[in-house]
Design a protein around this ligand. Structure first.
Ligand SMILES: O=C(O)CCC(=O)C(=O)O
Length: 223
């Protein structure tokens, strides 16, 4: 189903769009809850206003130490289709797709974003994985955020700045169950509960003209 009031959701048979409620943790912050079986996903579309979002995009683009990591496909090393960075508390190392990352120390801009994210998620995140999608040729394929160091039922707080991109979900055990949301400039997506056990997500590549996008996924690493 597309363009329901309150959000752009595309659903499989059992997906019934959004419920809208007002989150009382931050006054007038509007929370949309995605009706997804076996999941706990909510969305705050105007988490940061336009001006703050523009400034945060520019500062992160310039100040983050972006890395071009590689992955192996059929024994051949190729560039990841995006740039990445890992920031966090000391010793919060992270491993994904065979890549080991030691954290860069927090910078003020990241702490500014984290303060707001922590408050709404009611979680004290200790690390953040950043992705820079330069254009539509960059993306991230189907996966779950379920590395062992994230523990059981990880909470993932995902902030987006820059060009809007499709964020797709598919259920791991029922192919009829799908969901999709457009992650717009200044938005915040919160995944919690059993979401990572039951659902995979991706940002598909696109042949459309899209602006560069920065995504921050805040995580709690259990050291
Ligand atoms: O860019 C996004 O919104 C998703 C990023 C993601 O799935 C990840 O870093 O694991």
């Amino acid at each position: 189903m597309k363009n329901r009031p309150g959000g752009n959701a595309i659903q499989g048979d059992l997906f019934s769009g959004f419920n809208s409620v007002v989150d009382e943790t931050i006054e007038s912050m509007h929370k949309e809850v995605l009706s997804m079986q076996d999941a706990d996903v909510s969305f705050y579309r105007n988490f940061f206003n336009q001006q703050d979002s523009d400034e945060l995009f520019q500062t992160l683009f310039n100040e983050i130490q972006w890395r071009q990591d590689k992955m192996k496909i059929y024994g051949k090393e190729v560039n990841l289709p995006r740039k990445t960075a890992w920031y966090g508390d000391r010793n919060m190392s992270y491993k994904f797709s065979g890549i080991h990352l030691d954290p860069e120390p927090w910078i003020p801009t990241l702490l500014q974003v984290k303060e707001k994210v922590d408050k709404v998620a009611k979680v004290k995140f200790n690390s953040v994985l950043l992705n820079l999608y330069r254009d539509g040729k960059d993306g991230i394929s189907w996966h779950t955020d379920a590395e062992p160091e994230l523990g059981n039922n990880p909470v993932i707080g995902s902030v987006s700045f820059g060009g809007a991109r499709r964020f797709m979900f598919r259920h791991k055990h029922n192919q009829d169950l799908k969901a999709e949301i457009e992650l717009i400039h200044g938005s915040f997506l919160l995944m919690a509960g059993a979401t990572q056990h039951f659902w995979q997500h991706q940002i598909p590549k696109t042949s459309k003209q899209v602006q560069p996008r920065i995504n921050l996924t805040f995580r709690v690493i259990n050291s």
